[in-house]
Unconditional design. Sequence first.
Length: 179
Amino acid sequence: MNTADTITALLNRLSRVDASDWRSPGMNAAQAAVLDYLSRANRFSRSPSHVADYLGTTRGTMSQSLKSLVQKGLVSEKRSETDKRSISYHLTDKGGRTVRDGRPNPGIGDLSLAEARMLEQLLRRLLQARVAERGFRPFGICKDCIHHEQDGSKRYCRLLGVNLQPEEALQICHEQEPA
């Protein structure tokens, strides 16, 4: 096995072990990934299609995962006031607790700060290359986007023409275009 194959196998195994640690009773790895995404996504990035795009799955699969999470009381759905066909999903209090209590830390806390930063940079590069290769949307953190403006403590999205809450600048956005 060459080095690239070994790294891929290690990342896949780590991902599966991490997902199995994350699960709450009666919740599968896909549902855990949805909860994790919703906990980190801004208000513009919580539709079923955005979650599916981020996780690299089909809209049908995502729809089933979201329905199951609604039934479990972990997620609520909200229809748009202007377009009743448009739905967004939000963590309930129970869903938020599940994320906070269930998110594992697979030994990353044992790395030095320099090691952790290097690992983050390398994984980000690998992910960006894979996303580009597959033609997926890149997603990203709002504050790192060309559309994000900050004037003191005020934040604004030029693309959507809306004021942003401070925490939204640190959340995942499907409209993100790297600066």
